[in-house]
Structure formats: C-alpha cells, structure tokens
Design a protein around this ligand. Structure first.
Ligand code: FE
Length: 336
C-alpha cells in the first residue's frame, strides 16, 4: 500500500495554479504488480522521466493481488495488473478482472501467440523453460525433448521442481494440448518413475542438484540458470534447447493487462504500449535475463550467448485453459 498515498500527498502540496495547468487525474497510472519491485521500478522511473506520468504501484504475489482486485471491484484504484506466467494472466481474465485492449501498437509489437486471443493481456517478456544437464555426466547429444525424459534410460537421473509451481502446470498443459491427456499422463508418469530424488521447491535448488551430480538432467527457466552461472561460473551445468526436432522449447511470459475498472484507462494503455516498444523491451527483459517479447528487440549479451532456438508457438493462453486438467493429471501421476 505504501506508494498509493502519493497522489494525495501531491494534491495537498501543489498550488492551485499548478493544478490548473496540469490536471493530476490524467497524469497518473496505478499498477498492481506480481513482478518484483526491483524488476519494474527502473521501467516506471524511465517512463515517468520520459512522459511526466506518475506511476503508483504495489507489488505482491499474484494470488493476493487478484483477491484484492476482486474485493475492490468497481472501486479499485488499479489500472494495470502485471503478473508472471500466462496461467495467472488467463486466470485474471477468466475472473473478469481485465478488459480487452484494441491497440495497433500492441498487435504490431507482441506476437499473437504471446497474447490473449481476446486481447485482455499481452506478454512483455519471454521465459524459456528447457533442459539443463551436468556436463561431467552427459553430453548434449544424449538429450532430445521433454517427452524423451520419460524414457526408462533416464531412470534415477532426472530432477524436477514441484508440480505445485505454475511453471510446471503450464508446461504439462502444453503437453496435454499437443498429445492429449492420455499420452501426456504417460509422459509425466515416466518423469516420476525417473526421478533421482523428490521434487525441489524451486528451480535454483533443482539446478544446484544437477550441478552437484545428484541427477544428470532437469527442467528449469533459463533466467535461474543465468543467475546461478553469474554467481558460480565454474559449475558443470549447460543449457539444452528442448524439442528442436519437434515443436520447440516451451515458453511462457511475464505480461500485463488493463483492469476492468481502470480509472486511467487511456494512460494505462499508453504505458502498456510503451512497455512493448523498443524503448522499454530491453529494460523489461534484461533485468531478469529474459527474452524480449517484441521480436524486433535483441536479448542482452549474456542471454544471446545461450544461442538461438526454436520456441513453441502454441498460443500460451492454452496454459491457462488446461491448467486444472494439468494439475489433476500430475496428481494422478504421483508428481508431487
Ligand atoms: Fe521465476
């Protein structure tokens, strides 16, 4: 809540003359963000510097932010919701918390498969969820795809993060979309049978286990690998782009939508368009070693050094649509 009070403060300190010259109502956007403060504040500062528009924001986990939007209803001060994972954005749209935005700028800047088909949210950065392996134990040539990790040859050699994380729910949702429930369940059962140890609470711990040789291979988002290697470049850990011979690497987004009851809708749409533009895309993606969602923009040098890859261009709204199905499937398959 701490930053919401800013407008009130400004109103009481500005003179009447200043108020007449610059209507405060128009020069503000209120954002609820599940993306960390350190990842979004530099962007908002740059936007304010460029346009003079103030951005008041709060950060929290997506659950509490969506609860809050629901509870506030028409009275919400929030104009924009930023979250990670399309599953969460889909959920927010499903609950009627977002409104469609018809913007030529957003359509031009953000590929269709990274946005809601009904234009209620737009991906702003891409996170790739792929395979990571211990270079002292196996070679890249040993690896192939998410599906291949279900093969009995990987018995006792696979590490995974918990199925409770939305990232894995989204990954399994895309497997369902591609293969159908039955085949997807076989794959997940295969993963469970191949686990070297119980699933990890986060991607970093999972990657550390691969690096320590507790398992040969695991699945994680690339920016966790980036952070870990920045800290410990000596680790025998490498990236492998999954499914290059088939549908491509599973990608997800960090993205945003305009709230159903936005009080500064026009200004919020302008901010969203700016976030998709060349001016902001590197700022948005690079701070977390993600890929810009706008294909015209190059990723930062560290990220680019991981090499180029084919990504799965299934619309990521599928991750939301099939999320409940995915959770049930992982439960049946004994994936904890
Ligand atoms: Fe993450």
């Amino acid at each position: 809540m701490k930053k919401i009070g800013l407008t009130t403060l400004l109103c009481t300190t500005l003179t009447w003359a200043a108020l007449a010259a610059a209507p405060l109502q128009a020069a503000e956007v209120v954002v609820y963000s599940a993306r960390n403060e350190q990842l979004i504040k530099p962007l908002f500062d740059a936007y304010t510097k460029e346009t003079g528009v103030k951005i008041n924001f709060i950060t929290d986990k997506e659950g509490p932010l969506m609860q809050r939007l629901k509870a506030e209803g028409k009275n919400t001060p929030a104009d924009m919701l930023i979250t990670v994972d399309a599953g969460n954005l889909w959920q927010a749209a499903q609950e009627g918390l977002l409104k469609p935005v018809n913007s030529g700028v957003l359509k031009k800047n953000i590929p269709a498969h990274l946005s809601d088909p009904k234009n209620q949210w737009f991906g702003l950065s891409v996170r790739a969820r792929t395979l990571f392996y211990n270079t002292q134990k196996i070679k890249a040539a040993d690896l192939d795809s998410y599906e291949d990790l279900a093969d009995p040859k990987w018995k006792g050699r696979l590490c995974l993060r918990t199925s409770k994380k939305v990232y894995n729910q989204s990954l399994v949702a895309t497997l369902i979309a591609e293969h159908g429930v039955e085949k997807a369940e076989q794959i997940v059962r295969g993963w469970v049978a191949n686990l070297a140890t119980a699933p990890f609470p986060d991607d970093t711990k999972m990657l550390e286990a691969v690096a320590a040789g507790q398992c040969d291979v695991g699945i994680a988002n690339t920016y966790y690998y980036g952070r870990l290697m920045e800290k410990s470049p000596e680790l025998p850990l490498a990236i492998f782009w999954a499914n290059q011979k088939s549908n491509g690497v599973h990608v997800n987004v960090s993205g945003a939508g305009i709230t159903q009851y936005a009080k500064h809708e026009k200004e919020a749409v302008k901010l969203l368009e700016w976030l998709s533009s060349d001016k902001a895309q590197n700022l948005f993606a690079d701070v977390n070693m993600e890929f810009p969602a706008n294909p015209q923009i190059k990723p930062d040098a560290t990220v680019a050094a991981w090499g180029s890859f084919k990504s799965n261009n299934m619309n990521i709204a599928k991750a939301g649509e099939l999320q409940i199905e995915a959770v049930k499937l992982m439960d049946r398959a004994g994936y904890k």
